[in-house]
Design a protein around this ligand. Structure first.
Ligand code: ASP
Length: 337
């Protein structure tokens, strides 16, 4: 597209996912291979996009091409670095990211936690995805992309959000809640941030603000030299035992020693007595233990005499990211944002 620096620019970063997936048959919505179609080609297949952009530039960049079940720290580092570089440009209005649905909530939380407040309190980062491959006879990707760009263009939009099936979700709250349906995301108790209806936004809540209470590590640290601390998730369940935690504490050749454990605890943070004993042993050895809940809704309410920290309302996967970033920030060579 012709560049015109007087106009604001929308940047779309591709990372793969089902939205870029293809199957042998247009009738096949599950037997596909994710991450096959480039982001520029996906954008070219969105009817109505030029009209919505109304003369603004659209720039695309392929940051990765993966099924998001295989999302890696290296891709996160590169993505954070590219998003931040684009947001810093005065002519960029917003960044849209195409992503797989499986770990979208983790990438969204990661970006909300690491991007500089000055950037995400001024411009939006909009993740979008699809449940059906690009080759489907009725793909959901093109509409989701169009909706994501509508959100990116909205006056006052800021923070990291996800757009899928006409709903806008904040990074902090969004979770994949369905394995198959096109409307696969929800925001739990918080509810969606709003809806996109024929490119018009109906907002229900305020735009997200940066997580200023979190210790942040500079993007270049994460992108180029971060050693991600090893934090694992264990789940509480009937017949729980100490075996998994004890095994995780054993040194393994070539495996970074365990620094943290997030427990996907039952209910309001309850833990089987045998698992709890193992967690106590882990904590005594210097491993950080955080209690989240395996319940899809609600939060672990802080108890005055609780032995283990709680996740401050974060789901187990997001609590793991928060703990990794906090441990990274503690490291002596971590450059702070
Ligand atoms: N496995 C795919 C992914 O997360 C699923 C999807 O995008 O819907 O990349």
């Amino acid at each position: 597209m012709v560049s015109n620096l007087n106009l604001k620019k929308i940047v779309v970063l591709g990372t793969g996912g089902t939205i870029a997936g293809t199957a042998a048959s247009a009738a096949d919505n599950i037997g596909y291979t994710a991450a096959q179609v480039g982001v520029a080609q996906l954008l070219a297949a969105v009817p109505g996009l030029p009209a919505l952009l109304a003369g603004r530039d659209l720039v695309s960049e392929q940051v990765a091409q993966v099924d998001s079940k295989d999302m890696s720290f290296a891709i996160w580092g590169a993505l954070a670095q590219r998003v931040s570089a684009h947001l810093a440009a005065p002519d960029v209005q917003a960044v849209v990211i195409t992503h797989g649905t499986d770990t979208l909530e983790e990438t969204a939380y990661f970006l909300q936690a690491v991007l500089p407040a000055a950037q995400i309190n001024a411009k939006p980062v909009v993740l979008t995805a699809a449940m059906r491959p690009a080759s489907s006879s009725a793909p959901d990707g093109p509409q989701n992309l169009l909706d994501a760009v509508a959100v990116a263009l909205a006056p006052g939009a800021q923070g990291v959000v996800a757009v899928c099936a006409g709903s806008i979700h904040a990074a902090l709250d969004v979770q994949k809640s369905h394995t198959y349906r096109i409307d696969a995301f929800n925001s739990g108790d918080a509810g969606p941030l709003g809806y996109v209806e024929e490119a018009e936004l109906r907002l229900l809540r305020n735009w997200p603000v940066a997580l200023t209470n979190k210790a942040r590590v500079a993007i270049e640290n994460i992108a180029f030299k971060a050693h991600w601390p090893r934090v694992e998730i264990v789940m509480n369940h009937a017949g729980g035992s100490s075996a998994v935690v004890d095994a995780l504490l054993l040194p393994l050749p070539g495996v970074t020693p365990l620094r943290g454990l997030v427990v996907a605890a039952t209910g309001n943070g309850t833990i089987h007595v045998d698992l709890e004993a193992a967690l106590r042993r882990a904590q005594a050895q210097g491993v950080h233990v955080v209690r989240a809940s395996r319940c899809a809704n609600g939060r672990v309410l802080p108890a005055a005499n609780a032995e283990f920290a709680h996740s401050a309302g974060l789901s187990p996967v997001k609590a793991r990211i928060a703990l990794m970033l906090a441990l990274m920030a503690e490291s002596p060579d971590a450059k702070k944002a």
